[in-house]
Design a protein around this ligand. Structure first.
Ligand code: TMP
Length: 206
């Protein structure tokens, strides 16, 4: 595939969406075709599954059903949007991807990493990003940012207990330490422009 695939990962409130947008704008200015997208979502089918996954309607999925739904949404997203874009040479920037399933349904939800990767093998033929930017943020600061952003209206997963989100953060750190050739950790506490400069520096390796 001719294109490049970059993902943003991290806990809630780290500023992933803002950084994905700033990176997309910078790459577009440099003359690249850029596809900016998100998970769960990015295609009509995957957005429909997003609605099922994140609705606060009193129903709580178990971690296995949740992992299967995320993998199904990802399968549609990869097949219909990500792979075709990469094949024609575009840069694809995705706000969350496989590593979120490994951290949330795996590290925090209790499924093994092998099982999450097996689902990804079936659903998306194991497609991995070229580069994953892990935005890290002090949990207290993340909480304060989230309160401003969501005004107490967190989604079904975002609203889980502090202990769950602590496990998510630990899992992300573990993955980044285990695969330094794919991950770059970025401290996300600064102003968006400062964090964007760190993102651009991380792209040097591409
Ligand atoms: P968002 O708010 O960043 O769009 O993400 C939606 C929520 O879904 C967020 O709480 C993280 C969660 N999530 C998972 O649990 N597993 C996944 O594979 C993905 C992509 C997201």
């Amino acid at each position: 595939m001719k294109g490049r695939f970059i993902t943003f990962e991290g806990g809630e409130g780290a500023g992933k969406s803002t950084q994905a947008r700033l990176l997309a704008e910078a790459l577009q200015m440099a003359g690249h075709e850029v596809v900016i997208t998100r998970e769960p979502g990015g295609t009509a089918g995957a957005e429909a599954i997003r609605g099922l996954l994140l609705a606060c309607d009193g129903h709580d999925w178990g971690p296995r059903a949740e992992a299967l739904l995320f993998a199904a949404a990802r399968a549609d997203h990869v097949e219909r949007l990500i792979r075709p874009a990469l094949t024609r040479g575009a840069w694809v920037i995705c706000d969350r991807y496989l590593d979120s399933s490994r951290a949330y349904q795996g590290g925090a939800g209790g499924l093994s990493d092998e099982d999450i990767l097996a689902l990804h093998g079936i659903g998306s033929e194991g497609l991995l990003p070229d580069l994953t930017l892990l935005l890290t943020l002090d949990p207290d600061l993340a909480q304060r940012r989230l309160k401003l952003r969501d005004a107490g209206q967190a989604d079904r997963i975002g609203g889980r207990a502090v202990a769950y989100h602590a496990k998510v953060a630990q899992a992300f750190e573990r993955m980044a330490a285990e695969a330094p050739e794919r991950f770059v950790r970025i401290e996300a506490a600064g102003a968006p422009e400062k964090v964007h400069a760190l993102v651009m520096a991380a792209l040097e390796r591409m």
